[in-house]
Ligand binder design. Structure first.
Ligand code: UD1
Length: 450
């Protein structure tokens, strides 16, 4: 069964790594290697810089993409349209059985839209389905809603996803609560994260005193900021920077800044609020230090050792609660309400007073981890189990299953046997009886989905 897996932007890479590994694991125990899942990794090139893309492939041990579309940056319409134009050709040439998209970026929506209009249409699987901020001003919210309504299989990370999808009328048969593949990655790479040298590289240890004491890590906060609503307009960005001044006067804020944010800071003439030093030996212990974005391992190391995380990212809220580091989210809402349950993450809003209050509150908080239900490192395995359960028919699942449904429902067993044997020509799965049972089960599952 051919499975196209799409990545496009930074937050996608850590979500697909575990799925690729789970496919390899599945194949290694599949019936004599005959009934394998064949992944095809497609990178749209929405993110293309070494620091936004390549570093993640290296850190996460991801295979080189089989297909790179090289789309690059542009307005939403241009970027989405260009991904669609180039991805259509990929689907025509490879005719996959399944297409997997993750998260809520433009690449997710664009590829789902193309797949939905193909004939025959691959089954569309959306990983991280059902999240809703209920804020239609966020481009990601449109991406989430439309992708979910195009998808055949919806893999959900937290209970709110189940509620949201049910409220929107998506049949429960299509929805699978599997956990969070981004947390699979966090757990898998925990040891490698500890080996990162980013803290000493940034000079975050107090210098060795020569009296037998080991160097100590200075308390620091970690900041990320990239949402257009927070950085594109000077007034909005300034409001946030002002809100962080009290924190910056008590501890250093390390700020690995997204390329968009860096360019806006320069365009708005706000450089005076930041220090631009990759490294320093003496302890400044205050101020906002702006550095280039970090790769996965270094960034998680920075999160894990921070006194406080301040962010407008979606995924970082989830990682912070699992690492047990208090988090202030610079937004009025979150599509990930499970992160708010125990107060490790709070919404600080985007106004200076609210940010100051939330920062004080979180600095007073003790570290404690929260592992939401199913965030156990096994989400990708569950996803692959579901995908594999649709395998008996290697190609064109719709027509094959319709024929076999007719066989199951209306004709005798020999007709069904003939149908399944025919469909299994490239994927023999043991005895005829096993094939027939597998076929019948798949027919039932797909009929429920339609
Ligand atoms: C995208 C996602 C957002 C995600 C974020 C993570 C959408 C709608 N948004 O936002 O959900 O949280 O990625 O980073 O898909 N740029 C570079 N180099 C790169 C990539 C981008 O310099 O490798 C700059 C370009 O100036 C570009 C700008 O960043 O115009 C914005 O990039 P884009 O992919 O459009 O959106 P993000 O803000 O990164």
């Amino acid at each position: 069964m051919k499975i196209i897996i799409v990545v496009g932007a930074r937050p996608n890479f850590m979500k697909v790594g575990p799925i690729l590994r789970a496919i390899t694991a599945y194949n290694s125990v599949a019936a004599q290697g005959s009934c394998v899942l064949q992944p095809i990794l497609v990178h749209t090139g929405q993110h293309y810089d070494a620091v936004m893309s390549d570093a993640f492939f290296t850190d996460l041990g991801l295979p080189k993409p089989d297909i790179f579309l090289g789309v690059g940056s542009g307005s939403h319409a241009v970027q989405t349209g260009e991904i669609m134009r180039r991805f259509e050709q990929v689907l025509v040439e490879s005719s996959p059985d399944v297409m997997v998209v993750v998260g809520d970026v433009n690449s997710t929506l664009a590829c789902a839209l193309v797949a939905a209009k193909m004939n025959p249409r691959p089954m569309i699987a959306h990983v991280e389905a059902g999240l809703r901020s209920f804020d239609r001003d966020m481009p990601e919210e449109s991406n989430r809603v439309v992708t979910d309504h195009l998808a055949d299989l919806l893999f959900v990370t937290e209970p709110s996803g189940l509620t949201n999808l049910s409220r929107e009328g998506i049949p429960a048969e299509r929805v699978f609560f599997v956990g969070n593949t981004m947390i699979d990655t966090l757990l898998t790479f925990a040891k490698k994260v500890d080996a990162s040298e980013v803290l000493s590289g940034l000079g975050l240890y107090d210098p060795y005193q020569g009296n037998g004491h080991r160097p100590t890590l200075r308390p620091y906060a970690l900041l990320t900021l990239h949402r257009p609503a927070n950085v594109d307009e000077r007034g909005a960005l300034l409001e946030i920077i002002e809100g962080l001044q009290e924190l910056a006067s008590s501890c250093e804020i390390i700020f690995p800044a997204h390329p968009r944010t860096q360019s806006r800071i320069h365009a708005h003439g706000l450089e005076a609020y930041f220090r631009f030093e990759a490294h320093h030996d003496s302890a400044p212990a205050s101020g906002i230090r702006l550095i280039d974005p970090k790769g996965y391992l270094d960034f998680v190391c920075l999160m894990k050792n921070a006194r406080l995380i301040v962010t407008d990212s979606g995924g970082i809220q989830e990682e912070s609660i699992c690492l047990g580091v208090p988090c202030v989210t610079l937004r009025e809402n979150t599509e990930r309400p499970v992160t708010l349950a125990e107060g490790i993450n709070v919404l600080g809003g985007v106004r200076r007073d609210g940010i100051r209050r939330a920062v004080r509150q979180q600095l007073a908080r003790k570290q404690s981890t929260q592992m939401p239900e199913m965030w156990d490192g096994k989400a990708a395995g569950r996803i692959v189990e579901v995908l594999a359960s649709f395998m008996p028919f290697p190609h064109n699942h719709a027509s094959a299953l319709e024929q076999s449904a007719a066989a199951v429902l209306g004709t005798d067993m020999s007709t069904l046997q003939e149908t399944t044997a025919d469909r299994q020509s490239t994927a023999s799965v043991g005895s005829t009886v096993d094939r027939m049972v597998g076929a019948a089960e798949a027919v039932i599952r797909v009929l429920r989905l339609r």
